[in-house]
Design a protein around this ligand. Structure first.
Ligand code: 5GP
Ligand code: MG
Ligand code: MG
Length: 185
C-alpha cells in the first residue's frame, strides 16, 4: 500500500519510508553496540510493532530471539481507554534475560509503563524500551525510553504498523488521516 492507494484519506506524510528505514538502521547500530557479547530477546507489542520488529530484527547483527505480547489499551477509535489487558503473553521465560520491548508509539505511556512493570516482576537481567514514535504527552509518565525513533506532534497517525480501525497498517510511511475518515469533517 502506498500514498496513491489512500486517495483522499491521506492528509499528509509525516515521516517518509526512507526516513523510517534510516532511523531503524541507526537505532540498530546503537543496540548492537550496547548489547555486544550478549543475547537479546526483543519483545514486540502486537499488532502495531510488527513493522518496527521486522525491520529492526533484520538490521541488527546481534543474535536475537523474538517474542510477542498482545495488550489492549486503545479501542477501534482514536482515544485511549487507560485500561491494559493482556491478550497474549510471552512464550519465553525471561528470567535472567536481556529484554528489549519494541513498540510502535508512546502516547500517554500508560501501556508501556504497565508492561515494563509487569516484565520486571519476572526477574529479567534487564528491560529497555525501543519505540519508533513518541508523542508529547509521554513526558507525563516516568518512563525511561532508551531508544526512540522520532518525537512527533500530538496528532493521530497511521502507517508503519499503526492503524485506524485496523486499516492502514501496511503503509510504509507515517501519515495523518484526513478528518473526513474519522468523521470530524
Ligand atoms: P499509550 O498507552 O502510550 O497511550 O498508547 C498505547 C497504544 O495506543 C500504542 O501502542 C498504539 O497502539 C496506540 N496509539 C497511540 N497513539 C496512536 C496514534 O497516533 N495512532 C495510532 N494508530 N495508534 C496510536
Ligand atoms: Mg503499540
Ligand atoms: Mg490501534
Amino acid at each position: 500500500m502506498d500514498a496513491a492507494d489512500m486517495g483522499k484519506d491521506l492528509e499528509r506524510v509525516l515521516i517518509t519510508e526512507e526516513e523510517l528505514q534510516a532511523k531503524i538502521k541507526e537505532l540498530a547500530g546503537r543496540i548492537d553496540e550496547d548489547y555486544a557479547g550478549e543475547e537479546l530477546l526483543i519483545v514486540g507489542v502486537l499488532k502495531g510493532a510488527v513493522m518496527v520488529m521486522a525491520d529492526l530484527a533484520r538490521a541488527l547483527h546481534l543474535p536475537v530471539q523474538m517474542d510477542w505480547m498482545a495488550v489492549s489499551s486503545y479501542g477501534a477509535g482514536t482515544k485511549t481507554s487507560g485500561v491494559v489487558r493482556v491478550l497474549k503473553d510471552l512464550d519465553t521465560d525471561i528470567a535472567g534475560r536481556h529484554v528489549l520491548v519494541v513498540e510502535d508509539i508512546i502516547d500517554s505511556g500508560l501501556t508501556l509503563s504497565w508492561l515494563v512493570h509487569n516484565l520486571k516482576s519476572r526477574n529479567p537481567a534487564s528491560v529497555e524500551i525501543c519505540a519508533a514514535l513518541r508523542k508529547p504527552d509521554a513526558v507525563k509518565v516516568p518512563l525511561d525510553v532508551k531508544y526512540i525513533g522520532f518525537d512527533i506532534p500530538n496528532e493521530f497517525v497511521i502507517g508503519y504498523g499503526l492503524d485506524y480501525a485496523e486499516r492502514y497498517r501496511n503503509l510504509p510511511f507515517i501519515g495523518t488521516l484526513a478528518p473526513h475518515v474519522y468523521g470530524a469533517s
